[in-house]
Design a binder for this molecule. Structure first.
Ligand code: CP
Ligand code: NVA
Length: 318
């Protein structure tokens, strides 16, 4: 099956950051996602365009959504996925990433990796001869953010000109990827966070360059009410990401004013949607009332990981 000839540029490409994608590539992923979702709901679950292909999935951190959705997608595309725990590979005993990358490249057709340090992912991609996909690092979570763009488009019918308000940790990996995707697609993004939790300057710089091309507005505000005012989409993520457990108390104290609760949601648009990449910590970044309330679309959001990743794998690996 050929998907569409206009997006051949994704074939064999690494996906470490949303910044790696051109606007055409990003739009192509969203279009192909829609096609796969329609086919899924018309009963066509198995589309074997990756027949005979194998994806190695290296996980240095826990995962529910990323692991399960990628594994299911590989199966539905006719391929095979291997779950590999970092600590159970020889990597865990100190085998260099560069050696692991070269060996795995002789066995598999693609590598998905969830790592503690983004530098390790860059090293993996440098030495691998097969495409490497970021399944979350300390810096970014591109497959999540791309899927979220699809979900926003599906729910709101457009992207350009919407206001996305992210409340919480402004240095969060998911937020970094959302910021880049929003800037590329012309979504205005308002980040409500505490002093010292602003996005990393290297991400802000790229996002601002992209925003200058699309006219997207990016603002960092320290007042949660200003941040959420008039939002079409309200997004949050955990205050304590995997690996930040030692900073737990301080983070909770610093980020407390940015909790998404029903009172704060009153300041968003009346038809605003609430999004969260999950897993969520109810009572911290979001109240139970909001995540279980009428604004919340988090289950549809989680489902869309399946359809988007099907598009990503099909475009990169077929
Ligand atoms: N949102 C997300 O990536 O979830 P997992 O950590 O469960 O994969
Ligand atoms: N920021 C979170 C995202 C989990 C999907 C973390 O890194 O733990």
């Amino acid at each position: 099956m050929t998907i569409t000839p206009s997006i051949k540029s994704l074939q064999g490409k690494d996906l470490l950051s949303v910044a790696d994608l051109s606007i055409e590539e990003l739009r192509a992923i969203l279009e192909v996602t829609h096609m796969f979702k329609l086919r899924y709901y018309s009963g066509e679950r198995i589309i074997p365009i990756l027949k005979g292909k194998t994806l190695a999935m290296i996980f240095q951190k826990p995962s529910t959504r990323t692991r399960v959705s990628f594994e299911v997608v590989m199966w539905q595309l006719g391929g095979y996925a291997l779950y590999l725990s970092w600590k159970e590979l020889q990597l865990g005993r100190g085998e260099p990433i560069s050696d692991t990358a070269r060996v795995l490249s002789r066995y598999v057709d693609g590598i998905l990796a969830r790592v503690s340090s983004h530098k390790d992912l860059v090293e993996l991609a440098k030495y691998a001869d097969v495409p490497v996909i970021n399944g979350l690092s300390d810096l970014e979570h591109p497959v999540q953010a791309i899927s979220d763009m699809y979900t926003i488009l599906e729910k709101k019918g457009r992207l350009k000109g919407l206001k996305l308000s992210f409340l919480g940790d402004g240095r969060d990996n998911v937020l970094h990827s959302l910021l880049l995707a929003a800037a590329k697609l012309g979504i205005n993004i308002s980040i409500g966070t505490a002093k010292g939790y602003e996005p990393l300057p290297e991400i802000m710089k790229i996002a601002e360059e992209e925003a200058a091309k699309t006219g997207a507005l990016i603002e960092i505000v320290y007042d949660p009410y200003d941040a959420i005012k008039g939002a079409d989409v309200v997004y949050t993520d955990v205050w304590v990401s995997m690996g930040q457990e030692a900073e737990r108390e301080k983070r909770i104290k610093d980020l407390k004013p940015f909790q998404v609760n029903a009172e704060l949601m009153k300041y968003a648009k009346r038809d605003a949607i609430f999004m969260h990449c999950l897993p969520a910590k109810r009572g911290e970044e979001v109240t139970n009332e909001v995540i279980e309330g009428p604004w919340s679309i988090v289950w549809d959001q989680a489902e869309n990981r399946l359809h988007t990743q099907k598009a990503i794998l099909a475009l990169i690996m077929s």
